[in-house]
Design a binder for this molecule. Structure first.
Ligand SMILES: [Zn+2]
Ligand SMILES: [Zn+2]
Length: 265
């Protein structure tokens, strides 16, 4: 089958606060598209997470994986802001067996999610600087498999609110983050959700996927970040094209926290 992609490793179900989609619907949609491997990665934002939801998400992924012979459903988690409550992070990571830990940063310390912020240009530089600093600390911490939606603040600051940001100012710390991620043998996610907004872009753009590669990065994961079934695999052609352009010839999925490479063709 000439499917859009063989894998999609960033999907939310009704076990996430911002999705009403039963896990089964996502799996059905992925099977319709001929996708071989998906990861369910429900939100575990560490300052407000639900152990019941994470346990349910994990059990549902395992059950759906057992139910179908034509698709692998991996037990993932989107672990947000892990350094902001280390004890909670340890509890969350010990709660279940995970195939895949996707790490994200939606809000920096003492700030709301970037979704809620509307900075002016000066504030934008301060916020983005602090975002990269906390992200660097997170990469040093290293207890995850893939780093989600690198450059996440730009989705709101530049794309939604139209604030101009000269990213060259952040080049040194961005290099440091991507270089350490590569040295640690971790993956960088190419998140295609940004493409669903007008004028939107991949998170990160091909420029940073290429930089990761140049700095020795070996693994990329692909994620649509779908919260509804219709968004499964949306944007994957562009995501795969960016990965290829950067020099990657496969995506990676994580099974029992170990990388498994899936060639693009
Ligand atoms: Zn996220
Ligand atoms: Zn997500």
């Amino acid at each position: 089958m000439n499917q859009i992609t063989r894998c999609d490793c960033h999907l939310h179900t009704d076990n996430s606060f911002d999705s009403e989609t039963p896990a089964e619907r996502l799996v059905e949609r992925a099977r319709e598209l001929g996708i071989e491997t998906i990861a369910i990665t429900d939100h575990c934002d560490i300052l407000e997470w639900s152990d019941a939801n994470i346990a349910r998400s994990n059990a549902q992924a395992a059950e759906l994986n057992d139910r179908y012979g034509d698709i692998t459903v991996l037990r993932g988690i989107e672990l947000g802001e892990p350094l902001q409550a280390p004890e909670q992070t340890a509890i969350a990571l010990g709660l279940c067996e995970y195939d895949f830990v996707l790490c994200s940063l939606h809000n920096i310390r003492n700030e709301e999610d970037f979704y809620y912020l509307h900075p002016n240009e000066e504030q934008a530089y301060d916020l983005i600087g602090r975002y990269f600093e906390e992200l660097l600390e997170t990469v040093r911490w290293n207890e995850f498999d893939s780093l989600a939606h690198f450059t996440y603040p730009l989705r709101y600051i530049t794309d939604r609110d139209g604030v101009t940001v000269d990213m060259s100012r952040f080049q040194p710390i961005m290099r440091e983050i991507l270089s350490l991620l590569a040295a640690n043998g971790k993956a960088l996610e190419i998140n295609t959700s940004g493409l669903r907004s007008p004028g939107g872009f991949l998170l990160p753009t091909v420029e940073y996927v290429s930089l990761f590669r140049e700095l020795g990065g070996r693994y990329i994961t692909l994620g649509s970040d779908a919260h509804v079934a219709e968004h499964v695999a949306v944007g994957m052609r562009e995501g795969i094209a960016a990965a290829r352009q950067a020099g990657f010839d496969c995506a990676t999925v994580f099974v029992n926290r170990q990388p498994v490479e899936i060639p693009f063709d």
